[in-house]
Design a protein around this ligand. Structure first.
Ligand SMILES: Cc1cc2nc3c(=O)[nH]c(=O)nc-3n(C[C@H](O)[C@H](O)[C@H](O)COP(=O)(O)OP(=O)(O)OC[C@H]3O[C@@H](n4cnc5c(N)ncnc54)[C@H](O)[C@@H]3O)c2cc1C
Length: 352
């Protein structure tokens, strides 16, 4: 790894940047700001698939985040986390990080606004986003507002979908949650599932199946979305018999999992085959690049919960703090715990 000369004042240099804006990023920011690391959070821009604040911005009641016995709305929880980070001095930039270069230190980051920032350490907490089925009419009708969506909480209450039969594609927790949410507005919700059993957790399945407005179309593969300007139904086939059929309906909500937001990291850091940032040491957030840490759903394809994202955000901030302290960064707090496996930059570069 090459080190950069210090005399380029037009490029901002930061001790620590945090990329993302979900529970992992804001928790990391709270810890880093309280440790006087003066972090800056790149919270991202709103797009069709992502929104600053992360996935919880797309849901209503969070009942499993400790500290809120009555539950709390997803947007309110994220606003509170953001405010808590800002209270301790976190700076926030509402841009995406689009390119990174980890071959030089300090690492280089380019934002969607076109500026460049360099940082001694960074935490990647960019989460994950919804997957699509890949049908020929699905994307077209999703983009045109023709009745295809990947977010019930964003779109389900629109007049377009009210008192209509709506489909939900999928069989996991997201599908159960989307169907339950949509049942508040729709005349009927049909969960279309390729198999004869769900992989969702039992509590979510039980809640969905107990809802009189929800029914399940088992063993059914969606072949396409019907309709020119607006969805009129689905073309499906029975996965057991191969028989095709058309189902009438006025909306499709796709709930088939997520893709980690790591495109901007490709070639710069070790990713798993499915694109998650690899954190090779158990119970650690360090990545294949010294000084780069990862937290939340972007490195966790297993738990995918707000509390685990927040927990790993805490871990990443503590690890970044120790890493910076071990590298004699002015202003960084001394490490809270000595780590025998954290060589200094000098030691690493000289191969000691
Ligand atoms: C519908 C739904 C309901 C859920 N309900 C619950 C629940 O009740 N309880 C629970 O514990 N969990 C729930 N989850 C899961 C929970 O939302 C996630 O586990 C959690 O949000 C992951 O947090 P994160 O910090 O890893 O990132 P995310 O929440 O995924 O946020 C990351 C954000 O970072 C930003 N970003 C991405 N790329 C960039 C970039 N290049 N530059 C800058 N910013 C970027 C984007 O705004 C992105 O949204 C739910 C998820 C969904 C989809």
């Amino acid at each position: 790894m090459q080190t950069e000369p210090q005399n380029q004042p037009w490029i901002r240099r930061e001790p620590l940047i945090i990329i993302g804006s979900g529970p992992a990023a804001w928790t990391a920011a709270v810890y880093a700001a309280r440790a006087n690391l003066n972090p800056v959070v790149y919270e991202g821009e709103a797009s069709r698939e992502m929104i600053p604040g992360g996935q919880l911005m797309f849901t209503t009641d969070i009942e499993n985040f400790p500290g809120f016995p009555e539950g709390i709305g997803g947007q309110e929880l994220m606003e509170r986390m953001r405010a808590q980070a800002i209270r301790f001095g976190t700076r926030v930039v509402s841009e995406n990080i689009t390119t990174v270069d980890f071959s030089h230190h300090p690492h280089r980051f380019v934002t969607s606004g076109g500026s460049e920032v360099r940082a001694l350490a960074s935490i990647v907490a960019t989460g994950a986003r919804a997957n699509w089925l890949g049908l020929s009419n699905e994307e077209r009708l999703a983009r045109s507002g023709g009745g295809v969506s990947a977010c019930a909480v964003c779109d389900g209450a629109l007049p377009f979908f009210r008192d209509k039969r709506l489909f939900v594609a999928g069989g996991g927790d997201s599908a159960m949650e989307e169907a339950t949410y949509l049942s508040k507005y729709a005349s009927e919700v049909v969960i279309v599932h390729r198999r004869d059993a769900f992989r969702a957790s039992k509590v979510m399945v039980d809640r969905a199946l107990a809802n009189p407005k929800i029914r399940v179309q088992w063993n059914t593969r969606i072949l396409d979305v019907l309709g020119d300007d607006f969805i009129t139904g689905l073309r499906v086939e029975d996965t057991a018999t191969g028989c095709p059929a058309d189902l009438e309906g006025s909306g499709l909500f796709v709930a088939i999992g997520h893709t980690p937001n790591t495109e901007f990291l490709r070639g710069q850091i070790a990713l798993s085959p499915s694109g998650y940032v690899e954190t090779p040491s158990p119970w650690r957030t360090c990545t294949s690049v010294p000084g780069v840490f990862a937290a939340g759903d972007v490195m966790d394809a297993y738990y995918r919960q707000a509390i685990t994202a927040a927990g790993t955000g805490c871990m990443a901030a503590l690890e970044a703090e120790r890493w910076l302290a071990h590298h004699h960064v002015p202003g960084a707090e001394p490490p809270m715990l000595e780590t025998v496996d954290a060589p200094t930059l000098l030691e690493r570069e000289s191969g000691v």
